[in-house]
Design a protein around this ligand. Structure first.
Ligand SMILES: O=C(O)CCC(=O)C(=O)O
Length: 321
């Protein structure tokens, strides 16, 4: 007789086998060029959104004036005195795992406001132990960078048509090549546009949840980060946080600790200047970038549809609460 655990493991293996055969056999994000924007919202919805699979749209952002204009020199000329909110860490790992005092901790960055010209100079200087990233995900493009809005759209017309809504947040990203966004997932349909430089995404589909280990970590925050020094303080409001325990850049060590990670379907995709990545809701993603890379992303609330219901069931089967 099969016990409950055997039955659950057999069911999870069926999900893995079927999804490998039917969806993840190539481990390549399709790259396409869209010629007919009239028909694209329907095709986009039918081929990618409804199937919850990513797609890389080559060159489709090239028509934004931002792609021709934005770079360090342009920002130095047009918004040098602008106050910007910057995440600062000694090593680029903001909101991610850091090994501190002999234990892995989830560490938040120090957040500082500074003039845009000082931020840009910091990127030029690339000092040791001082990594800056504009990474606020609170619609900072439309709320804070209003001077830049003539160069870019406040929504992506074809995406708003396909999702039948406007974006919930439009974010501006710019930073040091050492800045890394650790593996996580979001309840958003993400339309991610690279304006200058490139971004390297590592993606894992949501149905691989059984092979993406989570663990509880103490939460800390970097404080008084300078090129010479930094401190780490404990957070009084949250003692611990459950976070993804593997690092795809350190695969060997991750596999030694969590051998089940071997089964995860891993996609690598580089998003170049002028390209747009559709990153579907609940996909795990880890992000690196070229130095001074500039990006804008549009977050659309996901639909809480039948796929979401199945995902919640999978969470329960994997022992999430
Ligand atoms: O660009 C990045 O560093 C991270 C992007 C990201 O995590 C997101 O858009 O959800």
């Amino acid at each position: 007789m099969m016990c409950d655990n055997d039955r659950i493991n057999a069911a999870l293996l069926t999900l893995h086998g079927e999804s490998t055969d039917l969806i993840h056999s190539h481990l390549r994000v399709p790259e396409i060029r869209v010629n007919d924007l009239e028909l694209w919202p329907l095709t986009f919805y039918r081929e990618y959104v409804s199937k919850n699979v990513p797609v890389l749209l080559k060159g489709i952002g090239g028509k934004f004036p931002a792609v021709q204009k934005w770079n360090t020199e342009y920002f130095m000329k047009v918004i040098p005195e602008k106050t910007v909110n910057v995440a600062i860490t000694p090593n680029g790992y903001a909101d991610g795992l850091n090994f501190i005092n002999n234990e892995d901790c989830f560490v938040m960055p120090e957040e500082k406001t500074m003039k845009m010209k000082d931020f840009l100079n910091t990127l030029d200087e690339q000092k040791e132990n001082y990594v800056c990233y504009i990474q606020k995900q609170d619609s900072n493009l439309t709320e804070d960078f209003t001077e830049l809005l003539p160069d870019i759209e406040c929504e992506i017309d074809w995406a708003s048509k396909a999702f039948d809504k406007t974006p919930n947040a439009v974010n501006f990203w710019m930073g040091d090549e050492r800045a890394i966004t650790s593996m996580h997932k979001d309840p958003y349909e993400n339309i991610y546009c690279v304006i200058d430089g490139y971004k390297d995404f590592i993606l894992i589909p949501p149905m691989d949840l059984p092979y993406v280990p989570y663990k509880e970590f103490p939460v800390k925050r970097y404080k008084n980060v300078t090129p010479a020094n930094f401190e780490v303080e404990s957070m009084t409001c949250h003692n611990s946080l459950t976070w993804i325990a593997i690092d795809p850049l350190n695969k060997k060590e991750s596999l030694d600790l969590y051998p089940q990670f071997e089964k995860a379907h891993i996609y690598n995709v580089r998003v170049q200047k002028g390209d747009i990545l559709y990153l579907p809701s609940l996909w795990f993603h880890h992000v690196q970038q070229s130095h001074k890379c500039i990006a804008v992303n549009y977050c659309y609330d996901m639909d809480f549809d039948i796929k979401y219901c199945y995902y919640k069931m999978l969470e329960r089967l994997c022992n999430f609460n």
